[in-house]
Design a protein around this ligand. Sequence first.
Ligand SMILES: C=C(O[C@@H]1C=C(C(=O)O)C=C[C@H]1O)C(=O)O
Length: 473
Amino acid sequence: MNNPGSATPAPRLASVTYARPLPGGAGLAEVVATGTECAWIRCGEGMVGLGTAARFTTTGSGRFEAARRWWMAATEAEAAESGGADRSTVPDDGLPRRSPLAFAAFAFADDSPVDSVLVVPEFVVGSTHGRSWLTWQVDLDSPANAQRAAAGWRPGQAEAEQRLEELLAEAGRGSRDGWADAGPAGGLELSDGALSQEGYRAAVARGVRLIEAGDLTKLVLARDAVVRSDGPLDVARVLRTLTERYRDCWTYAVDGLIGSTPEMLVKVDGDTARARVLAGTLDREGAPVGAAGTEYARQLLSDNPKQRHEHRLAVDSLTERLEPFTTSLEAADEPFVLELPNVWHLATDVFARLVGAEGARRTGPGALALTEVLHPTAAVCGTPREAAAALISRLETADHGLDRGLFAGPVGWLDGNGNGEFGIALRGAVVEDEHTVRLYAGCGIVAASDPEAELAETTAKMRPMLQALGLRA
Ligand SMILES: C=C(O[C@@H]1C=C(C(=O)O)C=C[C@H]1O)C(=O)O
């Protein structure tokens, strides 16, 4: 299962980036209007991708490497023309410049039949550090451009504006009235997915027995659920709702994979790498609020040996793999409690300086190469990694026909200089068709885990998406 990627040759990307008010003049999330956009939004900032200049799909254990090669070939022309200067995401002129830029989502498992994908949007609308900007990206070798590109043509601002107007009109974005208040278009029905709630309890119980038998230390097991809607689903509205309710999470949309994740696998900016590791979860529903809630979370998470053990394994799985690529690495000894609207988590932020990131050209690994090294961490797979991955494949896929697909895989964006952000695709869903989305959630299982409590935890983790879809959860 090592598909080198879709047979199309890599495009030759060229781009132009300039400061510009956001289309529509509202916030970044309002640029998400059709639900087919790519998105990466946190605290009202980030990027939305419109249209498609190029895309690449691949499967198999070589999916990261295949994507990296395709992306290097696609961005080579522009890197050569710009002389490799300005490698950081915010160069000296202060205008965030990340072009060329692709959004990406990778399957969780090496043997998943589901495509991993790189999408190069035609336009990237961005808002970073309080400034907004626009990038227009084209393939110089496409039939529309090849001839004029050979004569020296490159994308420019005036033509970008014209093309943007066309694209927005094509997408029927003329009227935005009524967005905010439009409820779900019809009735919604929630049902078990391939791995039912009962099946999940049984799978967790088996996992616990195998852990007790000494086969492994930690195992993350997931289940799925399906939401069907009578009317067409308003995916754009779901995404905008997530950006509002889960402001501190990274709201993502790539090729039908949508959600709002609190977990950062790796963010590379210039010579720095950052991660946010989560493991250890406490439902906030029915829990005390305010200071009493903080105290409750401290007692049941920070002071709980099971949760701390689960968390430590996740942090170690990341830092051990990241360390060889760093000149320094910092992670607090004690996790902090991250409060989200639905749950509390034990969290550890990691900060590192990368080797080979100095000078005009990166010689060390960039965001995509590090993603390949770090995925899957013990937060979504287990310890030891290989034993856990094999058991996930047995207990979820062979026994129940649940393939995680893009769930719990890396999702985010990358630029042509090795910068990028990859979150872990959690608290999300896959849009299967106009009326159907499939939600996924999992839990870390250790020797002390109780199947009923873990099942309840998966429901708490699905709550952001269920509520954004308009279900009471
Ligand atoms: C697997 C999920 O979440 C992961 C598992 C956690 C846990 O077991 O406590 C916490 C955060 C994530 O690392 C999920 O959200 O589906």
